[in-house]
Design a binder for this molecule. Structure first.
Ligand SMILES: [Fe+2]
Ligand SMILES: [Fe+2]
Length: 199
């Protein structure tokens, strides 16, 4: 008679998720002088936030202070980053990239990701916003919210890999001093306008 084996349990097959490292501090404003480095550094930060979302989703609960930081990221930092890419970097690259760069299709797919992720991020942020003032800590997370957090973190991880390996690599070759200066100015102005509106 076949005996049940502990190793067949689906739970036993899953590695225990490790708590993510603390979320990183904001980037220095001076780095905006080097806009491609700034975007790359933001991608690095985004990976920490994605790890935070993934960990909370796998635990189905979140510490309130972690929810506050993730909410700030989703509601403020991420829209600025998307605007940097959609309104400035991608249009410059569409103009300057050579046919042999093969960038047109890549940028089209990344723009589709941005559009698709916008609604998902809004829904996750809404879910997190409702627990910011909970009277207990940690706060349990609904299954549907956990599912959205996992979907987004997986999708966005792939998106970042393409942007780092393809888009920023080609931008480093094609953008000249004038475009880099224009991109830097636009990113600075966007953040100044955001903070004025936010004050
Ligand atoms: Fe990006
Ligand atoms: Fe992007």
């Amino acid at each position: 008679m076949a005996r049940p084996r502990a190793s067949q349990s689906p739970k036993a097959a899953l590695p225990m998720p490790r708590p993510p490292r603390p979320l990183p501090p904001p980037l220095p404003v001076a780095l905006l002088e080097r806009p491609l480095d700034y975007l790359m550094a933001e991608h690095h930060r985004h990976r920490s936030y994605l790890a935070g979302l993934r960990y909370a989703a796998t635990q189905a609960e979140i510490q309130r202070d972690q929810a506050v930081r993730l909410h700030a990221f989703l509601a403020s930092e991420l829209p600025l980053h998307w605007a940097d890419e959609e309104q400035d970097l991608f249009p410059i690259l569409r103009r300057l990239a050579l046919p042999e760069d093969g960038l047109a299709e890549v940028l089209a797919r990344l723009s589709e990701d941005h559009a698709m992720n916008e609604a998902l991020v809004r829904a996750i942020d809404q879910g997190l916003s409702t627990i910011l003032n909970a009277d207990h800590d940690p706060v349990p997370l609904e299954r549907r919210l956990c599912g959205m957090m996992l979907t987004y973190s997986t999708r966005e991880g792939r998106h970042l890999a393409v942007e780092n390996a393809v888009v920023l690599a080609i931008a480093g070759v094609r953008l000249r001093k004038a475009e880099l200066h224009g991109l830097s100015a636009a990113m600075k102005a966007r953040r100044e306008a955001f903070h004025v509106a936010d004050a």
